[in-house]
Design a protein around this ligand. Structure first.
Ligand SMILES: *Cc1c(COP(=O)(O)O)cnc(C)c1O
Length: 460
């Protein structure tokens, strides 16, 4: 597979080089013996990783870039364009504009202003920066399951930040939100479609109803979940939230999460193109070659990898964002794999599961035990035991209220803030569905192993 990738890349590289063949030859430094030795060392060092690209890696949010993204990125590296200004990357800037338009079209936005960024954090920073200017003196509100970056960004920007409690499914609690809107000056509500911990989806459709009564901006953080708008198998509630996206004011999506891209590829979209006025500046030196839009004029980041735009553009040509297409089917597989794993967990005597099935492709559960403390100890042990057998899961510290209170027979306090260590699996590779039996066998075996070892001695 790798061979084919390098062969295809070689052919494309020759074609690219031919475009500059009229220039006098100028030899570039060749890779010599020393370089080859160093690369071997690099390869040795890189073995110190989990096997992220393998389907038995089913832990954190890590999805390998598509081979076409790798090839296009590598090809662009020989040019190394900078999408800050057209002088630094004409072709890649044009490809960025097209790639971003494809994202906006996926969300049915008739018009937009947007660009790629180094990731979701910076894209969210731009959204909240704009929010702060458009609603001066008013707070940002996000749920306690929103990415922690929102409170940190708010502090960087000097904006006040309010946390909205989530319900037992990890979605923004509407009653709590309505109370906040009635009692505090909230300028912008951050609605997360696909939370980072459990993939829960805030009810955007119902938050829009509240917007009619209380005037606030809506920023959608769909860094993780955005692409699921293409999936045809979401629950009715989840679908309703995604279908409301055209009414949001701004949105963040990370092509480097679910869009098959290498890291360094986030995206911010504003529904109102006149937001561009906020970015106004007078750089004396950056722009002289053209009257066309320079992406640097609508971005807080200056130098940005043009190669990211090239890789994303190429991937979109191969796997367009169409309902029912191959890319959409990949997301549907992940959701099905998550539902199937959830069903297996529900039936198993070894585990406690939350009462509602996963909304996207992230599953969490905890080993059954008498107390949350004992469940936590077993979770760590099963995590370690699975890893011994090459199944890599993740651990997450989650509120006990995500599980029904009757799960633990010896649970004393009903503290809203109490947490339990959970096992967590992000089934974001399309192949995870095919591998689910293997994953389950290893997980089940680890649970049997851990619980039989521990039945004589209850964990402390
Ligand atoms: C990953 C993520 C972020 C942060 O994005 P980075 O690309 O890691 O900077 C923000 N919000 C959500 C919901 C995320 O899942």
């Amino acid at each position: 597979m790798e061979n084919k990738l390098f062969q295809t890349l070689n052919e494309a590289q020759r074609h690219l080089d031919a475009g500059f063949a009229h220039l006098p030859a100028h030899p570039v430094p060749a890779l010599d013996e020393a370089a080859s030795t160093i690369l071997q060392q690099v390869a040795t060092r890189l073995r110190d990783n989990y096997p992220y690209a393998h389907p038995l890696y089913a832990g954190q949010m890590l999805k390998p870039p598509h081979p076409i993204a790798r090839a296009a990125y590598a090809l662009a590296m020989s040019v190394n364009p900078n999408n800050h200004a057209l002088d630094g990357g004409r072709a890649s800037s044009a490809m960025e504009v097209e790639a971003v338009a494809a994202l906006a079209k996926m969300f049915d936005w008739p018009q937009h202003l947007g660009h790629l960024s180094s990731g979701g954090t910076f894209a969210n920073l731009e959204a909240l920066w704009a929010a702060g200017q458009l609603r001066p003196g008013k707070a940002i509100a996000a749920s306690d399951q929103a990415h922690y970056t929102h409170s940190r960004i708010s502090s960087v920007l000097g904006l006040s930040f309010v946390t909205v409690p989530s319900d037992t499914d990890g979605r923004m609690d509407l009653t709590a939100l309505e109370h906040l809107l009635a009692t505090q000056a909230i300028g912008t509500v951050v609605v997360t479609l696909g939370t980072t911990a459990i993939g829960s989806v805030d009810p955007l459709d119902q938050i829009l109803t509240l917007q009619k009564k209380h005037n606030f901006r809506i920023h959608v953080d769909a860094a993780y979940g955005g692409y699921f708008t293409l999936a045809g198998n979401l629950s009715r509630e989840t679908r309703a939230a995604f279908d409301a996206i055209p009414h949001a004011d701004s949105l963040v999506i990370d092509p480097h999460k679910h869009g098959l891209q290498p890291y360094g590829c986030g995206c911010i979209l504003f529904r109102d193109p006149t937001i561009g006025r906020l970015y106004k500046h007078d750089s004396p030196y950056t722009y002289f070659s053209s009257k066309d839009l320079h992406l640097g004029e609508i971005s807080l980041e200056c130098s940005r990898a043009g190669a990211s735009a090239v890789a994303l553009w190429a991937t979109q040509q191969l796997l367009p964002y169409t309902h029912g297409g191959a890319f959409a089917q990949g997301l549907e597989s992940g959701h099905t794999a998550a539902l199937n794993l959830y069903e297996l967990l529900v039936k198993s005597p070894h585990f406690f599961t939350p009462s509602t099935p996963p909304q996207l492709d992230i599953v969490f559960w905890t080993p059954s035990a008498a107390t949350p403390e004992a469940s936590s100890v077993f979770a760590q042990a099963i995590f370690d035991e699975s890893a011994q057998n090459d199944l890599h899961l993740a651990l997450a510290q989650l509120p006990t209220h995500f599980f029904s209170p009757d799960k633990w027979k010896d649970r004393e306090i009903n503290d809203e803030k109490s947490t339990v260590t959970c096992l967590r699996s992000v089934l974001m590779k399309p192949e995870h569905l095919l591998w689910l039996d293997h994953i389950w066998q290893r997980l089940d075996a680890a649970a049997v192993q851990v619980t039989t070892v521990n039945t004589s001695t209850e964990p402390a």
